[in-house]
Design a binder for this molecule. Structure first.
Ligand code: HEC
Length: 647
């Protein structure tokens, strides 16, 4: 197919008006058309028949080229055979997602710039030493050459190389990476300014969406895209003749000028891809490699910092989707990133870091495939994922709130409930503002994000422990009765009100913050499935509300003694988990050192990680729990004894 693509678009450089204009090109055309016949023979050996039925057209194509036929006829034949192959072998000539320029650029600078030059002029330093010296590397800024190039053709050149030239195959790059760099080379000849002007044109006119689909952009050469744009604008001008003047069509109700067309093309080739978010896996890969190189140079601290960024600014952003598609793979990969950081910390030999880097990079390729696995379920996945996020995060917050609300009702301090409500409403408002802030003003770097989460988690752990303790001390029926009599007034003191508002605010804001982050990632990565994300959110929210009500009602049914005991224990457990997770988040952000140990295995669900610091924080929680329990037991004992001696 790549050969047919090549024949179809380049034959016109070999023959015009029945005469050979370039002997080299002509020889190449003859050679390539023969090669297509050989390849079809090979296909026939595996398929037994000429499944696509292209052999006759390929034969006549070879004949036509031999007879120096008209370029138009050759292009038609080549294109027809190509379409048949596409259809028969279910080849998809475009990527799953429109690549981002940022990702393409990284790959280009690493693999292609040495020959094609940093700016794509074909003037890279290796040009002098490459083998064979001719033909010279393609110039991606040459309008005439680029007119015939499509991303699909460039993708094929990168995948298979161009025979008998220095342009080798880059099959070692993943399919996704080859697409990214293929789209990138087509953007090189356009300036950001003309891309912007083109964007404005597109906004002021109703350009049909089919011009901006991935399939169109990938399979059309610049020349073909221009023709489509021209056809569209010409049609608009006849509309304008038939209908009364339409002011909304603006200055372009006449055909676009050549300059306009070029700007529109610049938008399609560059602007459209610039607004695309960069690929998080590629960022992870680049930063990991940098970390490994820094480490080899002996720059341990910097390497560690890069390794942190590789996770936070890279992999973590891809995690929501990755986990939805293959949770155990995602966890394994995340664990490898942690081990990589720990290995840097431990100061292992540089070879080991390099090996780990390569291992992870191989895994990242696999991750890309998993992410691209376009099962027909993808809408379903986005939906489910979206519903689960709000449900899971919401339930955590709801459990805490429900426990406190039920408690207030039980002790008859229902007036105090409004402060709890105030707290969570404020938290939701703050969550909304966070969403706006991350959308517009600041995009939190991974490190800031993780710091925020870490501090909130640790704070939440302390608050939860305190509330859990408080509940436990009231577990004795007598105690809470005494409490009710004495403290109903007291609970409404200003200090307590602040505490109540604070507890409910932090319990909810912590989750709201995570919800914002998760949905942001989900939203960006499900361009095609925004409807499913919204649907999932609403469904999840409804489930959450129903379950919260059920919990509240159930909470009132449970005998009081058990209720306090059970909710108190629940809060202790949550405090334990938050302590581990919070410290881990602070480690990831670099606030707390990370000293790896061999045991225990990591259990994220319980916030358990094999580092001294996280384990110490959790041990502290346990210790506090034991200490308060012992103290409470002694208090009870004394109370009993006092009672005995007085009674
Ligand atoms: C060793 C030097 C070298 C490197 C490295 C190299 N190229 Fe090339 N490339 C060439 C040469 C030489 C040609 C011209 C081939 C020809 O004229 O048929 C070429 C041609 C091309 C073409 C045009 C193919 C066509 O259909 O006419 C594309 C697209 C291309 N390269 C993309 C890339 C990309 C993307 C990379 C990096 C992944 C890359 N090249 C790396 C030397 C190189």
């Amino acid at each position: 197919m790549a050969l047919l693509d090549y024949l179809g678009s380049d034959y016109k450089n070999a023959v015009q008006d029945g005469k050979i204009v370039s002997q080299d090109e002509f020889t190449e055309m003859q050679e390539f058309s023969k090669r297509t016949l050989e390849l079809v023979k090979q296909l026939k050996e595996t398929d037994r028949v000429d499944k696509a039925g292209v052999e006759p057209s390929l034969k006549s194509l070879a004949n036509q080229i031999e007879n120096k036929a008209d370029p138009k006829a050759v292009a038609e034949l080549a294109n027809g055979a190509k379409q048949k192959l596409l259809a028969t072998y279910n080849i998809v000539p475009y990527p799953k997602q429109l690549p981002s320029l940022a990702s393409g650029k990284t790959i280009y600078l690493e693999n292609c710039a040495q020959c094609h030059g940093e700016t794509g002029k074909g003037d890279g330093p290796s040009r002098a030493t490459m083998n064979p010296k001719n033909p010279v590397p393609a110039n991606f800024t040459d309008a005439e050459f680029m007119a015939g190039l499509s991303p699909f053709k460039a993708f094929n050149a990168v995948s298979f190389g161009v025979e008998n030239t220095a342009m080798a195959s880059f099959a070692a790059l993943s399919e996704e990476q080859r697409w990214q760099v293929a789209f990138y080379v087509l953007s090189l000849r356009f300036s950001p300014k003309s891309a912007q002007a083109g964007a404005a044109l597109f906004q002021s006119k109703n350009v049909p969406v089919e011009l901006t689909t991935i399939a169109t952009l990938a399979t059309n050469s610049d020349e073909q895209l221009l023709e489509k744009l021209k056809a569209h604008t010409a049609q608009k001008s006849t509309d304008a003749l038939l209908s009364p003047p339409n002011p909304t069509l603006g200055p372009f109700s006449s055909p676009w000028t050549a300059a306009h067309l070029k700007e529109a093309l610049a938008y399609l080739r560059r602007g459209l891809l610039e607004t695309n978010p960069p690929d998080p896996l590629l960022i992870a890969r680049t930063l990991l490699r940098e970390a490994s190189e820094l480490y080899t140079k002996g720059e341990k601290e910097k390497a560690y910092q890069k390794a942190i960024e590789a996770y936070l600014d890279g992999l973590e952003l891809a995690e929501p989707i990755l986990f939805a598609k293959d949770a155990s793979f995602g966890r394994g990969l995340e664990g490898q990133f942690t081990e990589f950081r720990n290995a840097i910390k431990l100061g292992v030999p540089a070879e080991e870091i390099q090996k780990r880097d390569l291992d992870i990079e191989a895994k990242l390729d696999e991750a890309a495939q998993i992410l691209a696995r376009e099962d027909s379920f993808s809408g379903y996945y986005s939906f489910l994922n979206s519903a689960m996020i709000i449900l899971r995060e919401g339930l955590e917050a709801a459990l805490i709130l429900a426990a406190i609300l039920a408690m207030l009702r039980v002790i008859g301090a229902t007036q105090a409930a409004r402060y709890i409500h105030l707290g969570w409403i404020l938290a939701l408002v703050a969550g909304g503002l966070t969403w706006l802030a991350t959308q517009t003003i600041l995009t939190l770097s991974g490190q800031h994000r993780e710091s925020m989460e870490g501090f909130i988690s640790v704070f939440a752990a302390v608050v939860l422990f305190y509330v859990g303790y408080w509940l436990h001390t009231k577990a004795e029926a007598k105690k809470w009765q005494a409490f009710i009599q004495e403290k109903v007034q007291d609970i409404l003191s200003t200090k307590r009100i602040f505490a109540l508002v604070g507890i409910s605010f932090f319990a909810v804001y912590r989750e709201a913050f995570e919800v914002v982050l998760f949905y942001q990632a989900l939203w960006l990565q499900n361009e095609q499935n925004h409807g499913a994300v919204i649907g999932g959110f609403i469904t999840g929210l409804i489930c959450l509300i129903v379950m919260t009500f059920a919990i509240l009602k159930l909470g009132l049914r449970i005998p009081l003694k058990y209720f306090f005991g059970a909710t108190g224990t629940l809060l202790y457990i949550m405090a334990f988990i938050f302590a581990g997770n919070g410290i881990k988040e602070l480690q990831t952000a670099g606030w707390v050192p990370s000293t790896p140990v061999g045991f225990p295995p990591q259990v994220p669900l319980l916030g358990i990680y094999p580092t001294v610091e996280t384990l110490a924080a959790q041990a502290l929680m346990l210790l506090a729990f034991v200490a308060t329990s012992v103290w409470m037991a002694r208090e009870n004992h004394r109370a009993l004894r006092d009672k005995a001696s007085y009674g």
